[in-house]
Design a protein around this ligand. Structure first.
Ligand SMILES: Nc1ncnc2c1ncn2[C@@H]1O[C@H](COP(=O)(O)OP(=O)(O)OP(=O)(O)O)[C@@H](O)[C@H]1O
Length: 254
């Protein structure tokens, strides 16, 4: 099936990124990739291969030295920092290994923070649905430090979902979690793709997480060295929603 420009949620075209000037490190070396709407892509590869740099450039958190990045057809290179921030707030969600919740705010305040920052009042019914999906209805008044790692990551996913972003970028979302909590997080990300049609781009070292994606990109030395569609389904944990299924994903409460 051919991909039209309208199908592309995020596109990188000949992206180069170098750090430092005296002894420059080439982090991305002529990377081109298209992330299709309504799909989950895992980006994997050895330490230092450029995964986080790719994610940061694709999400508009960092600017490439050359090449172009497009989100929903909008070229980020000519945008001012202010417009880039607005675009990130309205179109992009982030989930990080370290959760990045604000310790002084409770769960509900954390979940609503991106909406507050963008000055948009989210639909209360949608907020309730997101909170229900991540199974944190009875933890809304808790601070992040009072939650388990898995609960904190589910709060971070709710925070990413609440603005209904086109794309959710994840950097090692299961890296700090045990296997059960990781499975819950992967199920939530999968349902964002399969049920809400969102696009997930996930950096991961975890082969189980990668096997939940529709496609795996492997980086080495700043280049894409493999592009694997449909990784082996037998490696997908049995309790996750299979690709293409519309079955709801049950998340444990608590
Ligand atoms: N701020 C920086 N200054 C200098 N070099 C950097 C910087 N950030 C990354 N690098 C270098 O760029 C290269 C790619 O780094 P990057 O963090 O993207 O790799 P990674 O694949 O995500 O690694 P890991 O799996 O260890 O997180 C590495 O050689 C790294 O040392």
């Amino acid at each position: 099936m051919s991909v039209t420009p309208a199908d592309v949620a995020v596109g990188l075209d000949h992206v180069h990124k170098t750090y430092g000037t005296h002894q420059p490190v080439v982090a991305l070396d002529d990377v081109s990739a298209e992330f299709v709407r309504g799909t989950m892509t895992a980006v994997t590869g050895p330490s230092g291969s450029g995964k986080s740099t790719l994610l940061h450039c694709a999400a508009g958190l960092d600017r490439p030295g050359s090449g172009t990045v497009r989100i929903g057809g909008t070229d980020l290179s000519s945008m001012s920092e202010k417009r880039l921030t607005e675009l990130r707030r309205s179109r992009v969600g982030f989930v990080f290994q370290a959760f990045n919740l604000v310790g002084a705010l409770d769960v509900e305040q954390n979940i609503l923070l991106p909406s507050r920052l963008s000055g948009r009042r989210p639909d209360p019914a949608w907020v309730a649905e997101v909170i229900g999906r991540v199974g944190l209805g009875d933890r809304l008044r808790h601070r992040p430090a009072q939650l388990s790692g898995g609960q904190q990551q589910r709060a971070a996913i709710a925070r990413a979902l609440v603005t209904r972003p086109d794309v959710i970028f994840c950097d090692e979302p299961t890296g700090a979690l045990d296997s059960r909590a990781a499975a819950d997080v992967l199920a939530l990300l999968r349902s964002a793709v399969d049920e809400a049609g969102q696009t997930v781009v996930m950096v991961t070292h975890d082969p189980v997480a990668a096997s939940c994606a529709d496609r795996v990109l492997v980086l080495a030395d700043g280049r894409i060295v493999r592009d694997v569609p449909q990784p082996a389904p037998e490696r997908i944990p049995g309790h996750l929603t299979p690709r293409g299924s519309s079955r709801p994903v049950a998340i444990r409460e608590g």
